[in-house]
Each structure stands twice: as C-alpha cells, then as structure tokens.
Design a protein around this ligand. Structure first.
Ligand code: ZN
Length: 408
C-alpha cells in the first residue's frame, strides 16, 4: 500500500515546487488564466465521471490502482492451484520477553503448496504494531507489548481458510544497564503456598527461580510444571535435602540424579542449576554436579525466613536486595506468602527487574558453567567459602518439607 502511495505523494510535491518557481516571474496573468482553464477542465472531468457512473470518491489514478490490485489478487488466486491443506505454528515457549527473537516453527502441507504467505493479527488491537515477524520467521515483541497475554493469529492468503494461533505471555525487556535481582525459592513445591506465590508472580509478569526438592516434586509435579510453563526457572535442590558434603559414592550420586530426574519428569526439561542443601559444597559435590550438567548456585542475600517466620520480616529483608543479588527464601511456608505478594510488585516499582538466575548471569555477560559455584553476579564475587554455608541455621540432616523444626 505505502509503495503505491509514494509516487503520487512525490508528484504532488513536484508540481507544488514548479508553481512556486513560476509565481516569481512577471507573467502572472497567464498563470491565473491557466489556473482557470485547469479548474474548468477538472470540473468537466469530474462531471463526466459522475455521468458515466464512476461513483468512486477516489481520483482517477487511484481508481486505476485499485483495478490493478483487483487484477493482481485475481491472478494470485488463480495461481493457488495447489492450496495448503495444513498450517501449524509452534514456538519454543509461550513466555517471551520484549526484544527477544523467538523462532517460529511454521509447518505447511503439502510441500508444493503454491502460496504459503500468511497475514498476522494480534488479539489486542492496541498492540497491532507491537510485534514483528522477519522474513526468516523470527518473532519479536516490541516495546509496549510487555505485561500482556495475547494470541497471535496467522491466516492463509491462498483462500484455503487455514489459520493457526499462538498464545504468548509477554514479559518486560531485560535492560542490562538497569538493576536486576534473582529471587530464588528453595524446598518446594508446596501446592498450598507455592501456587499463591505463582499467582502473584504471574500477575506481575515477574520471573524467579525455584530450586525444587525431588521428593516434593514427585508428589506435586503439576506445581513444578506450572512454574516451568510460567517461564520460571526450575533448578534442583537434590532429592531429599541431605547435606551433600557428608555423602559419598552412590549416595551422593543418587541424591543428585534423583533430584534431576524429578525435574525432568515434571517439566520435560533437565535442570541446569543446582542449589546444594544448606549451601554445602566441596570439590566432590561440584564434580558430581558437573556430570549432570549442573552449575551450583548459592545466594548473596539470605532472608533468614526460616528463622523469623514473619511475612513482614521476610519482606523487609528482600527489599534490601541490590543489583546483582541472588536472594534466598522458601516457597513452602505460609508466612512467606504475603511477603511475596508485597515484594514482587514493590521491587518492580522500585525499578528492579525480576529475572531468573540464568537471565541475570546472561544479562551481565557471566557464565554458569557446570561444576562451578556462584553467589551473585559480580566480577569480585570470588567468595570461595570452604565450609558449608548455612541455608537454614546450621547443617541439619534429613530435613524435608514434612519435618518441623528449624532445619530447612
Ligand atoms: Zn533447602
């Protein structure tokens, strides 16, 4: 459309310029005469058009273009000798960030379909120009589309009537120059508390990381699946929360392996992050984690929620987070539910981007290689602790979600 408009606009501009040049000369009476003649001619032309049933309000040249268009469309239709019989479009995830390039997998049948071009529309009219699809089928959601859940619809143009839809949840763009924190939850899932926290996370288009305990994930795989489907990062917290530095051989291997499997079973994807229970690690633990492609991630800000057991205290601790922090709390406790509901919107309001651990490291150009241990993004983080850090007031033993007491 714009291509057709351009030449006309240009010709108007050119004629305007010519008039200006002539008006400077001393033959204005000729120009006035000319203009009168032109008006008469135009009037006759218009009358003629009405008489012959032109009907269209458009100028003559426009009418010609429209007719040409119509011919072209007819020709295209005539070319659709082999129409599409199948149109299928998938994306790797329905959770996309503004500015992120998402490959569209567009499958059409048959292979020799004549016309496979598509027209795209979005369910929210106000976002009609807030998405782009490249020639190489890369989808990018643009600024302004964040915090919307939309459906993109592709329709065939070959008259086959085929269409395909994509549901997308659009998260805010990650700006590496702005502050961001990774909120992490350990020991879950617990449906009663985790789901309410997920509601708040979903509503605010936040992203967090859940280090799930295998034995809980096995009981409540649907909650782990929900975390994953909401674009949250799901890591492993081992199977039964034993202190890995006290284990060796098969016992150590199984704690990690069964933890990994529980995540895989629930989400269909293997985790790449492990938080060792109590933050306890040594060379043996790191080497074992590496075998499963796991990078160990501890934390730089401990809310000590297990100790205070108070929503406001947890909230106040989380709000102390600074750029690059990895924040530790637990999603299994009722007393944390209200804290999460408060700090998620409040941190975002203060300009903090809530990102997953992997997003945090990627945004800061830092790597999370298997077998390594991390605490926060910061080149000076070399905080190589030798002894076990305390996730929950000292290294306990077999603590699980069912167990009461301080050992979390
Ligand atoms: Zn734990």
């Amino acid at each position: 459309m714009s291509g057709k408009d351009k030449p006309r606009k240009n010709s108007h501009r050119e004629s305007g310029r010519k008039k200006k040049q002539k008006s400077g000369s001393g033959i204005s009476q000729y120009i006035i005469g000319g203009v009168i003649v032109a008006i008469l001619v135009l009037g006759l032309f218009t009358m003629g058009k009405k008489m012959f049933g032109g009907g269209s309000k458009k100028a003559g040249s426009d009418a010609l273009v429209t007719e040409a268009d119509a011919r072209q469309t007819t020709e295209q239709k005539a070319d659709n000798s082999v129409p599409m019989t199948k149109l299928e479009i998938t994306v790797p995830t329905m959770n996309v960030r503004v500015g992120e390039q998402i490959p569209l997998d567009i499958k059409t049948e048959p292979a020799n379909a004549t016309n496979t071009s598509l027209t795209w529309t979005i369910s929210d009219d106000s976002l009609a120009d807030r998405f782009a699809i490249s020639d190489s089928d890369m989808l990018t959601m643009l600024d302004g589309a964040e915090k919307h859940t939309v459906t993109l619809k592709a329709e065939a143009t070959d008259g086959s009537g085929l269409s395909a839809s994509l549901d997308l949840r659009v998260y805010p763009k990650i700006d590496p120059s702005k502050p961001m924190v990774a909120i992490t939850f350990d020991d879950g899932p617990n449906p009663e508390t985790t789901n309410v926290m997920l509601d708040a996370i979903e509503e605010n288009y936040a992203k967090c990381t859940f280090f799930v305990l295998g034995q809980n994930a096995k009981y409540y795989p649907e909650v782990v699946k929900r975390e994953y489907e909401l674009g949250q990062q799901v890591g492993t917290h081992t199977y039964s929360h034993q202190q890995l530095t006290k284990l060796q051989g098969t016992a150590l291997t199984q704690e990690i392996e069964k933890g990994v499997k529980s995540v895989e079973d629930a989400t269909g994807a293997a985790p790449v992050l492990m938080r060792p229970p109590y933050g306890a690690y040594n060379d043996t633990v790191r080497a074992e984690a590496k075998k499963y492609g796991l990078c160990c991630v501890n934390w730089s800000l401990d809310t000590e929620d297990w100790r205070t057991k108070n929503a406001d205290a947890t909230y106040q601790m989380v709000m102390k987070a600074v750029d690059g922090d990895v924040v530790l709390l637990h999603d299994i406790h009722q007393y944390n539910v209200d804290a999460v509901k408060r700090f998620i919107p409040d941190l975002m309001e203060q300009g903090y981007q809530l990102v997953t651990v992997s997003e945090l490291y990627a945004a800061r150009g830092e790597t999370l290689d298997p077998g390594t241990i991390h605490f926060r993004t910061d080149p000076t983080e070399a905080k190589e602790e030798t002894g076990p850090a305390t996730e929950s007031g000292g290294a306990g033993t077999d603590s699980t979600v069912e167990a009461d007491g301080a050992s979390r």
